[in-house]
Structure formats: structure tokens, C-alpha cells
Design a protein around this ligand. Sequence first.
Ligand SMILES: *Cc1c(COP(=O)(O)O)cnc(C)c1O
Length: 368
Amino acid sequence: MVPYFPLQRVNALFGNELLEAMERVLKSGRFIRGGEVERFETEFAKFCGAGFCVGVGNGLEALSVMLKSYVELGRIKPGSEVVVPSNTFIATWLAVKLAGLVPVAAEPELGTSLVSRASVSKVLTEHTSAVLAVHLYGRVAPMDDLKALLAGSGILLLEDAAQAHGASLAGTRAGALGDAAGFSFYPGKNLGALGDAGALVTSDAELAEVARRLANYGSSKKYVHDLAGENSRLDELQAAVLAVKLNRLEEHNLRRAEIASRYLAGIKNPLLRLPEAGEPGEHVWHIFAVHSKHRDALKAHFENSGIETLIHYPKPPHLQKAFATFPQKDLPIAEALALETLSLPIHPAMTDTEIEAVIGAANSFEAP
Ligand SMILES: *Cc1c(COP(=O)(O)O)cnc(C)c1O
């Protein structure tokens, strides 16, 4: 069996380092807001090429705290519109709602599964306060085009970088490509903790300061509360684990890219549409998504060949009950992609035999 993402094997790549980091925290007796969080925040901000990193509880809260902080600062109007992709994980939309804002969907391009300048420009209104671009599957959204579109408009350009740790556009990494970015360190992400974790990254000192307070009971000093905040903190254990994993993120992203190249060169089956790599560095291959008109039969074929695949995502947010009253009903590209997409195994612990098995199964698929 070729598993989709065997977390034990991926974590075993770090040998004893994870246990040693956890033991250090255990012995310190400090589990919240000690030196580990600060150290990781400094290292991750530097890695991204941004001024500040604020560790939070998870990726959803990284995005919602980011938006709430802008509202708090008066730089996003309460109830205003935030443009999000129609084909993202629902957390992107939920974050907008949690911040008291209104999601407006922009359709992706069929080829890249990413929004484009044209699709975003179609849904901008006088009420738009921000565009929250998603680097879906690990490939950066066309941030330079979006920046050009929004120049002089006062509309913020934000990143949902939950799938794109280390991805870059012309040498600038995710986290430094817009005004602010939210990251998830969910265990299955390219940089994953051993539980829930996330971070907001920005070079805006004022935003970072408000976010840090909002995520810590609205407090910058113990028992002094200026804001009605929440509790969304990165903890010492996760920060220590993340610091170990960050050391090898680039190496592991390169291994993912190597596997992706082998898939792109080896899979030759007209029934599968393969993803585009973009320019070097643009894609960190969190997910290798192929598309097929015969997706369900293809999934069954992989399963019969002993290969586990997943679907990201089977139903777009606007068709979920949670967004039953969402006014945009006509989002055909998101709906088509949801029916055709299939994610093949890709992770840094994959063996050559496993890679060959995936390629072989993809090439032996016949139309049902
Ligand atoms: C994983 C993910 C999130 C949410 O992160 P959590 O840590 O699971 O809350 C948000 N957006 C995208 C695109 C994601 O893939």
C-alpha cells in the first residue's frame, strides 16, 4: 500500500530531534509564552523575509486574527467585502466571516486552480476592503498581477499561505508577498506541528502588535486588557517542534519538487490533466492535484493498485450548508474542479518504488 501521507514516516526523518526538543520544553516547565515561541517566531519571520511573525493557535485563527486586527486598526471597515477564491478550503471563507466581514468569491483559472487578475477584477466593488489570495496546493497566486490590479485602490492584498511554506515568486517568499499572511502548521502541511498551530506573518509593526494582543486576551501586559480579545496562542511544545522542522523545510520542499518532476515526466495518460509547475520555486507541492473527467473511476483504479489518494476538495464552500445563504450561486469553475480533482501521494519520505508505483498506476488507467 502506498499511503497518501504517512505522518509517522515523515516525522521519523527528524530522528531524535523532535523528542529532544519536546524533552527540553518538558524540563523547562514553561508551556505558554516562553522562549521557544519567541525563537521560532523570529526564525520563521526571517525565513519568510518579513519583519514579524505572531504565533497563534491554528491556521484559521491566523487568518481571522489578521482580518480582525485590520478592523481594530480601522483599516478594514466592519461588514466590508473580502475577495476569496471560490475553490479554496472552507477555512479561508470562515476566517472572513469570523472577522465580521463578507466573503465574495472569485473564480480560479482552470489551468492553475488559482485566481487571476481578471477574475478578481470582475468581483471588486466599492465595498471591497481586501483580497485574500490563496496559494492553493502550494503554488503562489499571481501576486504581482494582483498587486498591479490593486495599486492605488487602498484595497489590502493578503495571503492565505497555509499550503505554501517556502514557496516564492521572483525570489520573494510567501509571507512577504502581500500586506500580511496567515500560515497553518496543521500536522499535514509542508511545515507541520504535532497538533494545531499557526502564525500571522507581516512586515507591518502596527498590525503585528495588535494581532499579538488580540490573540492573547486583548492584553499586552498581564491583567491589562485594552481589547476584547481571544485566546489563540502558539504553545512552547509546538514552537520547539516547528523550529526543528523549519531547519529542513527547504530540503523537504526540494524533495517534493523532485517527486513532482518525476510525476510530470513519467505520467503520460491523456485521461489525466497534470498540474503546472510554474517558475522554479513558485510551487512547493503541498498537494499534487491531477484532474480527470473520470475522477471517481481514477480514484478507484489507484485504490485497486494499492495507492491511496485524496480529494481537495470535494465540495466548494458556496455549496456547503454553512454558506447556504451565500448569494453567488453561479461558480461553475469551482464546481467543475471539485468534480475532477484528485490528489496523488507526495511527501518527503516517499521512496522511489512508491513514486514508480504511482506513475505506473496513472499510466495504466483506462476510460471506464
Ligand atoms: C489548512 C488550511 C487552512 C486552515 O488551517 P488550520 O490550521 O487547519 O486551521 C486555511 N486555509 C487553507 C488553504 C488551508 O489549506
